[in-house]
Design a protein around this ligand. Structure first.
Ligand SMILES: [Fe+2]
Ligand SMILES: [Fe+2]
Length: 316
């Protein structure tokens, strides 16, 4: 058993002490506006990368010129805008449904979840507006997976505890992206970096509220349902992975269109090997292996942290 699992099991054998009151107070302090981040003279700067290299992994593709690597980094930035917008489309109705189940008795709970939902609606708008700015300047078509409504329908058809785990994965993943790869990065386009920072500032509360949501849903479940929720989480991960692998193919075509470049078979093989894993790490591995996410799965079903830690390297 690896270190993370051992520490998760040893240090967190009870639910963390998050409260609705604390999450609500933090949320009210953050509270930024989309207009403060994009629009008017606030535009993306295409002379700079949008994504940190740990997520984009373009430098390993040494057969690409520096300019082509920069374009690929920006295409991956466009993916990030689109895919986050896409997942927020199923997070929003799920959180609203959860809030609605108990509208009396705990005002802080209701207000914290309504702020959570309002912030996710704002994030959908934020990602769309950044994407619009991107497409206005990039000018080459960037095909994307979806539509978001179909993905939302497929995900929301699963057991609520499995869906809540997927959402928890996404919330911790967002924080990891910012703290590990963006906060101290001085190379990124300032506007894109600002998007990642402001998103992280609100997701910090969401991760805690999601943990409370997972706890509340699991309290009403049997041990068998909790175990099955881990399977359900992995099934949804499989659906998302299939979509991501299609997105890598679309990105390859976008790169060819934007640069006019052709690839040898060896170069294309290398491209896919690197970019498939980069995309998997960005959206799957970095969430699945987050220590707080693993600790929650362990609380639901002992042995799950080790199980997921055994799977995560496929997405690294
Ligand atoms: Fe969000
Ligand atoms: Fe969120």
């Amino acid at each position: 058993m690896s270190t993370v699992t051992t520490s998760a099991q040893k240090t967190i054998n009870t639910w963390p002490n998050y409260t609705y009151e604390d999450a609500l107070a933090a949320s009210e302090q953050v509270n930024w506006r989309v207009e403060d981040l994009i629009g008017g003279d606030k535009r993306l700067d295409f002379s700079k990368p949008f994504m940190p290299e740990s997520l984009a992994r373009v430098e390993a593709l040494d057969f690409l010129s520096p300019r082509e690597r920069l374009v690929l980094n920006q295409i991956r930035g466009h993916d990030y805008l689109y895919i986050f917008g896409l997942v927020e489309e199923f997070i929003l109705p799920f959180v609203l449904d959860h809030a609605r189940q108990k509208l009396q008795g705990n005002d802080a709970r209701v207000r914290a979840f309504l702020n959570f939902a309002g912030e996710e609606a704002k994030h959908i708008d934020l990602f769309k507006r950044f994407r619009r700015d991107f497409l206005e300047s990039f000018r080459t078509e960037c095909e994307v997976i979806g539509p978001p409504e179909a993905v939302a329908q497929a995900v929301l058809s699963k057991h609520p505890l499995a869906v809540a785990l997927v959402i928890l994965h996404i919330e911790w993943m967002t924080q990891r992206h910012y703290l590990d790869s963006v906060a101290r990065n001085q190379d990124l386009d300032p506007q894109f970096k600002s998007l990642l920072k402001h998103h992280w500032m609100e997701e910090a509360q969401h991760a805690k509220l999601d943990t409370l949501m997972v706890q509340a849903i699991s309290d009403a479940c049997s041990p068998a349902e909790r175990e099955q929720a881990i399977d359900g989480y992995l099934e949804i991960g499989g659906v998302i992975d299939a979509g991501l692998m299609q997105q890598v193919k679309f990105d390859f075509e976008s790169l060819k269109r934007a640069t006019g470049r052709t690839f040898t078979t060896e170069e294309a093989d290398r491209y896919f090997a690197v970019q498939q894993q980069a995309t998997r790490w960005t959206f799957l591995g970095s969430g699945m292996s987050h220590k707080n996410f693993l600790a929650t799965t362990e609380l639901l079903n002992p042995g799950s942290a080790a199980r997921l830690e055994g799977i995560a390297p496929m997405f690294s």
